[in-house]
Design a protein around this ligand. Sequence first.
Ligand code: NAD
Length: 391
Amino acid sequence: MFNEEFQLDAPIRWGMVGGGRGSEIGYSHRAAAQRDRLFTFVAAALDLDAERGRDFGTKLGLAPERCYPDYKTLFEEEAKREDGIQAVSIATPNSTHYEIAKAALEAGLHVICEKPATIHVEDALELKALAEKQNKMLAVMYGYTGFQMVHQAREMVRRGDIGAVRVIQMSFAHGFHNTEIEKNSPGAKWRMNPEVSGPSFIIGDCGTHPFYMAGMITGLKVKSLMCSRQSFIESRAPLEDNAHVVFQFEGGAVGTLWASAINSGSMHQQKVRIVGEKASLEWWDEYPNQLRYEVQGEPVRILERGMGYLHNDDPGVSANRQGGGHAEGFFESWANLYHRYALAIDAYNRNDKAFLESHWYPDIDGGIDGVKMVNACVKSADNGSVWVDYD
Ligand code: NAD
C-alpha cells in the first residue's frame, strides 16, 4: 500500500522549462510533481513567449522575479540563490531537449526530460556521461510506466508465470491526426517539422512509449529491426504519420510495433501484449486498472489493481494508492514516477549508491534506447524497409 508519510528531509526545490499555458503536457508534470509534496514548484521559464510565461507563472503561484524569460537565465539566476532550484523538468519540443538538459546538468541540477530524450543518439549518450560526471539524476518521462498493472506484468514475466517470452506486440495508434490538424494547432505543427520533431513524427511521439514499456516488462534487448513508414497526409513527408516495425530480440523473441496518428476513431490503442511459452499478458492504457492473463487452455483471467492476489507491491514506492475497486489513472501513474524521481534525487544527494542500484525509474538508458529505435526505424524505412542492426 502507498506510503504517504514524508520520506525526505525537505521538499526538492523544482523548476520547469516549457509546459506553458495551453501546452499539452505541462499540467501533467506540475500535477505529478506536487502530488505527494516531495517537490515544490518555485521557478520556471515556461514559455517561448517570455511575457506569456511570466503571466502564466505568476498565476500558478510563482514569484514574478522567478518567472524567467528563458532557460539560460533561469539556470544562471537560480544558481545565485541559496534557495535556488535543485531539479528541473524539461517539457519543450524535441529538438530543444539536448541543449536544455545539457545546460541544466552543467548548472548542477537533477533533470527530468521529456521523450524522445534527444534527436541524435550521440547527444543522448553525451547527456548520460555528463549526468554521471555531475552525479545527478537524469530521468526520461515515460509517463505510462507508473501504473500498478504494468509493474505487475513485469513481475509476472520475471517470476516465470508466462514462461520464456516469444512474441511482443506493441501499438500506440490513435486517430487524432487523421486530417491536417497542424494547420490550426501549434502543438501539432512542430511535430510535423523535422527540424523540431526530429527525423520521425509518430514513431518518436508515440511509438517510444510502448517500446520502452515492453523493454521494461521483459528486459529484452533489440537485435535488429525493419520498418515501413508512410505519410498519409502527404504534406507531412518525410515525417510519417503511420509506421509498422518488426523486431528481432536477443535470445530469439520477435515483435511488432504499430505507431499511428491516423487510426481513425481510435483514442489511443496503446497496448503491449507479451506472449510467453505458457501464457500471455496484455495491458491497454485505456483500461489501465486491468491486466489480461491468458493461460493456454484455461479461461481468460482479468487481474484487477489493488488486490491481494497481485505480487507484493514495491514497499519503496507502492503504486497502489487506493485499494482495489477504485479506478486509478494517468495522473497516479505520473505521480508514482515523480515519487520515484524524488527518492532517486535524494539518494544522489546522499551518494547512496546501494539505494540507486535497487531503485527503478525511467532513466536515460531508456531514453537512449528510444532514440536508437527511432533512428534505426528511419534508416530501415528510408532504405526500402531493410533489416538494420540495432547497435
Ligand atoms: P506543446 O507545443 O504543447 O508545448 C510546448 C511548450 O514549451 C509551450 O508552452 C512552449 O511555449 C514552450 N517552449 C518551447 N520552447 C521553449 C523554450 N526554448 N524555452 C521555454 N519554453 C519553451 O508541446 P507538448 O505537446 O507539451 O510537448 C512537449 C514535449 O513533451 C515534447 O517533447 C513531447 O514529445 C513530450 N510529450 C510527452 C508526453 C508523455 O506522455 N510523456 C505527452 C505529450 C508530449
